[in-house]
Design a protein around this ligand. Sequence first.
Ligand code: SOE
Length: 383
Amino acid sequence: MVKTPFRIGMIGYGFMGRAHTNAYKQVGQFFPGKHQVVLQAVCARDEAKAKAFAEQWGYAHTETDWRELVARPDIDAVDICVPNNLHAEIAIEAAKHGKAILCEKPLAMNAAEGRTMIAAVEAAGVPNIVWYNYRRIPAVTLAKRLIDSGRLGKIFHYRAKFLQDWTIKSDLPQGGQGLWRLDIDAAGAGVSGDLLAHCIDTAVWLNGGLKDVCAQTETFVKERMHALTGKMQKVGIDDACTFFGTFENGSLANFESTRYARGHKAQYTFEINGENMSIFWDLHDLHRLQIFDYTDDSAIRGWKSIHVTDNSPDHPYMDKWWVPGLAVGYDTSFTHQVADFLHGLETGVPAGPTFKEALETQLILDAVLESAKTKQWVDVGIV
Ligand code: SOE
C-alpha cells in the first residue's frame, strides 16, 4: 500500500519531546495504517541542542525559531512540546498555516486562552488533539469500556490522586529548562495544571463533567531562586491542591495532588464506586485493573486484579503488541494516542480530547483555583 506521509514538526525537545517522538517512531510498526509518520523537523532555540536531538532521534531538519517551523511547507503537523505559556501563540499561528496540531497538556494557561485556540483551529478546520496520554493505557481504556457498558450501575464516588515528591528541597530553583513547571509565568499553575489536569481529563472521560468544586491549595516553599534571573522570587504556583465536588451524574468527586508526598514519584490512582462494581487503577501498576464485582457469586466475591495483557480484542490495544501476559508501559500510551489520532484522520471521526473537549478540564481547573482563592464553592463554567 502506498502510504500518505504525515510530516511532523516538533517544537521542544525535553521529556515530552522524547515521549512523543518515540511514539511517532513506533506507531507505523505496531499500528500500520494509511499514514507514514515522517520526522521532518525539530525546533529548539539552541541550535546545537536542536541538531543533537535531530541526530539522536532521526529528524531530517532543524529550526531555531518556531515561527519558521510552523511556516514550513514540508510539514503537515505541529507538535507543541514547550511550556504552557507558549501553547496558545504557537497553536494559533500553526492553525493559520493549516497544520494539524498535537498540543501537550494542559491545553492552555486558562479557559479563556483555551477558547482562543479552539476558535483558531475551528476557523482553519485543522485536526487537533491534546496529549492526555493516560486515557490510552490499556487498563484505563478497559475501565472506560466497563463504565460505558453500564455494569457499574449508578455511580456514587470518583476519587483520584496524583502524588510526587520532587520539589521538597527548598533550594531547588524555579524557571528555565526542566524547572519551568515551578514558574507561574511559564506554567500558569502548579500541581493543579500539571498533575490534576490528568486526573480531571480521565475523570471527565470516564464519569462525565463536574458541576461544582470546593478546593484548597498550598504553596509550601514561598520563595525560590529563579534560574533565569538568579534572583530569589516569590513562588506563584500551587505546590499541593485538593478539591471535592459534584459530577453532573450526581456522584461525588474527591481529588488530591501534591509534589510533597515523600516516597511517591508519580502515584496517579483513581477509584470509582458504582452500585454493582468498583474499579481501581494505579499508575505504579499500570497494566492492572482492580475490580470488585458485586454481581459475582457471593462465595467467590472479592477484589480481583486483571492483568490487562490479553491479546484478544477484549483488552484494548493489546492485540497489537506481544503475547498474553507480557505488559506494555507508560511510553506506549503515547503510541496509542498517535495511532488513534491517525485513525481519526482516516475515518473523519477525530480522536479525543480535541481542543474543544479539553476545554472542560480547563474550566474545572479555573474553578478549582478560584475556589481555593475565595474559599468558596464555585460552579464550573462560571469563572
Ligand atoms: C511532572 O513531573 C510530570 O512530568 C507531568 O508534567 C506529566 O504530565 C506527568 O504525566 C508526569 O509528571
